[in-house]
Each structure stands twice: as C-alpha cells, then as structure tokens.
Design a binder for this molecule. Sequence first.
Ligand SMILES: Nc1ncnc2c1ncn2[C@@H]1O[C@H](COP(=O)(O)OP(=O)(O)O)[C@@H](O)[C@H]1O
Ligand SMILES: [Mg+2]
Length: 256
Amino acid sequence: MTATSTAVESVLTFDDVSMTFDDGTETLRDISFDVGPGEFVTVVGPSGCGKSTLLRIASGLERQSAGSVDVDRKDLGYVFQDATLLQWRTVRRNIALLAELEGLSRSERERRVAENVALVGLDGFAEKYPRQLSGGMRMRASLARSLVMDPAIFLFDEPFGALDEITRERLNDELLSLFQRNGFGALFITHSISEAVFLSTRVLVMSARPGRIVGSYDVPFSYPRAPELRFEPSFAELCGEVSTSLRSASTSKEDR
Ligand SMILES: Nc1ncnc2c1ncn2[C@@H]1O[C@H](COP(=O)(O)OP(=O)(O)O)[C@@H](O)[C@H]1O
Ligand SMILES: [Mg+2]
C-alpha cells in the first residue's frame, strides 16, 4: 500500500472545492471527501446549501471556482430529482437512450435494456409512455437508463423526494439490491435522514450556505440491509445523531 492508494482507488474525489457563482453567491466552501468503489456516501443538508451544485460540479455540468475534482466522467451515472424522461419515447426507448448515444450495437442495446427493465421491476411496462407510469415507475425507468451503462459512480439528486413514504422505502430496498449487485460507488443527496442512514456506508452533513461539510458519520450496518433495520434502536440512535448535527448546521448564522 502506498500513501496515495486511497486517492488512486476512489471513484470520486473532491479536494478543497469551493464555488462562488458569477453573481457573487458563495455556495460551497472547501469541500473535501472521496467515494471509494462500492461506497455509498450520502449528503444531507438544509435546502439551498449547495447540494445540487455539488452534484453538478461532480458531473461536469458546472465548473468549480477553486479546488479540484477527480472522477471519470465517461463512467458516471446521474439520476435527477425528476425522472427527466422523454415523453415521446416509450419506457424501453427511454432506457435505451444513453446506450444509443454511446453507439452500442443494436443487439447489445437490446440485451442491456431487457436486463435492466427486469432489474428495476418494469416488466410489462416497456412499451408504455412516461405519462402512463406512476411517479415511482418513472424513477425506476430513470434509474434503468443509467444502469444500462453500468457506471462506476452514480450521482443521485433527491431521486425519491417527491414519492410517498412507502414507495420511497420500497425503492430504497431495491436500490440497495442494485448497489450490491453492480458494486457502483454512489453519491446520494436527500433531505431524509432515515433514508440517508438506511442506504449509506457514510453520511456527510452540510452546513447552510456556503455549504461546508460539518459532520461525517460511518454507518456500521452490514449489507444486505433488511427493511426492519429501520425499526432497530441502533438505527434510531444514529438517525438522532445525524439529526442533531443537521439541526445545528441549519441554524448556523455564519455569513448571513
Ligand atoms: N447559476 C447560479 N447562479 C447563482 N446562484 C446559484 C446558481 N445556481 C444555484 N445558485 C444558488 O446556490 C445556492 C445553492 O443551490 P442548490 O445547489 O440548488 O442548493 P440545494 O440543492 O442544497 O437546495 C442557492 O442559494 C442558489 O440560489
Ligand atoms: Mg437541490
């Protein structure tokens, strides 16, 4: 093991990243963390603290004003807050989209699409249009569209935030099965503390804007995680710790 082995092995590294927009809005300050392969890192933070900006920088949609980001953008999946499906394409053709853009052969595309339609539980819905699906199904289709490319790092921006609690928990369970099966690294944004703790190997807490990382919690529970984990005292205790940290982060008066 060399001293740099962690940095070499990680699938995403933020090193002292800061972001101030052209209009002077300081949004992120000195953000450093990394995501190893097979790590599931979740960021929780008050609304407006810069979480989406962080993901946009990770994906290359936005360029940080200071610091560096190390990630292979050709090997990256991005699931947005809304499903961003093309309304005029069927579910199957939406899921095929990235594979088409990557120029995969038709037979390879069809194989991967069929596999991932089944994986996200959309069998029987492949020929439907997005408007014919429930919100949960649309998020499944959005997930499958990225899964088709089998990325090393997945970015999730509050993907289940608009769903009811039961649907959200079911999708959390399914996402963890996919996480274990495919072994991707994940950077996940949510405002739900229980969702963060349930999914993650590590939870990062961000302060109010300018967002800084003010807490980091290793989640000790092994995978696979049973749905019943949510009712265990040790789970509630860790949620409590994250919640306390988040509450003090949200009321920070710095720079306001
Ligand atoms: N292009 C931009 N120009 C100026 N300010 C922006 C821009 N994009 C986002 N912001 C500001 O950055 C802050 C963080 O936004 P965002 O990353 O969307 O927060 P979050 O996802 O945590 O709710 C907000 O105050 C927002 O107004
Ligand atoms: Mg956001």
